[in-house]
Ligand binder design. Structure first.
Ligand code: SF4
Length: 293
């Protein structure tokens, strides 16, 4: 059994920066209550690591960021790498909180492009995942932003404005974005479009697309991580025989490894390196066992 790590895979600059900011905030404020409004990055191991430092993650899929703010009365609030609406920043200040904004620069760049087109009186079609915090922060900018999660949503859209701009959440699949752009061009021939998949996401996706002779692909990451899920989609679309999303080596089953020669391991941008290394070590030990059987 041959085991290889896909390059690149794992942490991106935005995730590294968010974790660095959270730890720095704790170091500089050892006695303060510190809260993260949602998961700092979409990985439960990272949330646990922060909890060990006394940084509390306020996470409830059905609560808005505003509702989460209402759950606390004092301390420092950290906004996550996915971005935050200006109204929530204002509410935090009005409630007397200090805040630290860990929004990734690539997310900010997309938000700024959207604001420019809104200022020029465009309506914006935003290709993203429903209820994802990055999409929620963008939708809060204006009611002239229309979220579409797939071509069905695009077909249902009714926009009277003939100035339309399309862009996307930074962690979408480049294959799905390309299909959606073609469909949007067919529906709105004068549409202006700018793909905004970040480099970290696209380079990890292209590395999976380029794999050769892969019998089994493990994608290490959290089920909540959008870019992790897209790596799974791309592996399956490529026709890799077995593609599994695992959170750690503990999710590997012996059944997976039957009739497999070449295994690749990749990981979403929020997956800690330790978890990837453990998966590779575990698979290597299974391979050694096979040789001695
Ligand atoms: S996946 Fe891309 S947009 Fe998201 S934090 Fe990483 S670099 Fe930033």
């Amino acid at each position: 059994m041959e085991i290889r790590k896909v390059v690149p895979s794992g942490y991106c600059k935005g995730v590294v920066n968010a974790i660095r900011l959270a730890k720095k905030t704790r170091e500089e404020n050892p006695d303060e209550k510190i809260y993260v409004l949602g998961m700092l990055v979409h990985n439960s191991y990272v949330s646990k690591e922060l909890a060990d430092l006394g940084i509390v993650t306020l996470d409830d899929t059905y609560a808005s960021k505003s509702d989460l703010l209402d759950q606390i009365d004092e301390g420092i609030v950290i906004f996550t790498a996915h971005g935050i609406a200006d109204a929530i920043k204002e509410k935090a200040l009005a409630k007397g909180f200090r805040y630290v904004d860990a929004t990734c620069v690539d997310v900010l760049k997309t938000q700024n492009i959207i604001k420019e087109y809104l200022d020029r009186n465009y309506d914006v079609i935003y290709f993203g995942k429903k209820r994802h915090p990055e999409a929620e922060a963008v939708l809060a900018i204006s009611d002239r932003i229309h979220l579409v999660a797939d071509e069905e949503d695009l077909n249902d859209l009714q926009i009277a404005n003939d100035k339309i701009f399309l862009t996307n959440q930074t962690t979408m699949s480049y294959l799905e974005l390309s299909d959606l752009m073609k469909a949007a061009k067919a529906k709105y021939p004068k549409i202006v479009m700018e793909g905004e998949i970040c480099n970290a996401t696209s380079s990890r996706q292209l590395a999976v697309s380029d794999l050769e002779d892969c019998d089994l692909l493990y994608v290490v990451g959290d089920v909540k991580s959008n870019n992790t899920g897209k790596l799974v989609d791309i592996g399956r679309k490529k026709g890799i025989r077995k593609v599994f999303l695992i959170q750690s080596y503990k999710d590997i089953s012996h059944e997976d490894l039957k009739d497999v020669n070449k295994i690749y391991v990749t990981a979403g941008t929020s997956t800690p390196p330790k978890l990837i290394d453990e998966v590779i070590s575990y698979l290597s030990s299974q391979s050694a066992d096979q040789l001695t059987d």
